[in-house]
Design a protein. Structure first.
Length: 151
């Protein structure tokens, strides 16, 4: 649209320049451009042609300005999206740091030292000692209770 607008502005400007440069005043004149007779026109026809050329010029100018405005809006949306992406990345990093810190605190709390002289599973100060590894998977074997594994 920008290129078409520029083309219309240039063509209408050239047509206006040719009409002004190669024609003189009078009731009925022959329009000559670049040494060639194009048409015989009256003063009213030349005026109407001038109005049409001006309208074409304004149309081209409007197309140029609208393309520039659309480009400016597109760049603004792109900048805003980039700003939002940076903010989202910063928030993601902050949340990841907070989760990592919480996991470190939780890991420190889970690794409670057993008092000397106690056995695992016995009450410690009225509470049971927590296992040190919460996510340990049970060992699955094909040996039933009371049996010994065979070699």
């Amino acid at each position: 649209m920008l290129i078409l607008g520029l083309l219309l502005v240039v063509v209408s400007g050239a047509a206006a320049a040719v009409l002004i440069a190669y024609n003189s005043a009078g009731t009925a004149e022959t329009v000559t451009a670049f040494g060639r007779d194009i048409a015989n026109v009256t003063l009213m026809q030349a005026f109407v042609a001038g109005v049409v050329v001006a309208l074409v010029f304004l149309l081209g100018l409007w197309m140029i300005l609208s393309a520039a405005r659309r480009g400016r809006e597109h760049r603004a949306r792109f900048r805003e999206a980039r700003r939002d992406a940076k903010a989202a990345a910063k928030e993601r990093d902050e949340l990841a740091d907070r989760i990592r810190q919480e996991e470190e605190v939780r890991a420190e709390q889970e690794t409670v030292a057993m008092p000397v002289g106690t056995k695992a599973g016995e009450p410690v100060d009225g509470r049971h000692a927590q296992p040190t590894d919460r996510h340990q998977q049970p060992v699955i074997t094909n040996v039933n209770e009371g049996q010994t594994p065979a070699k």
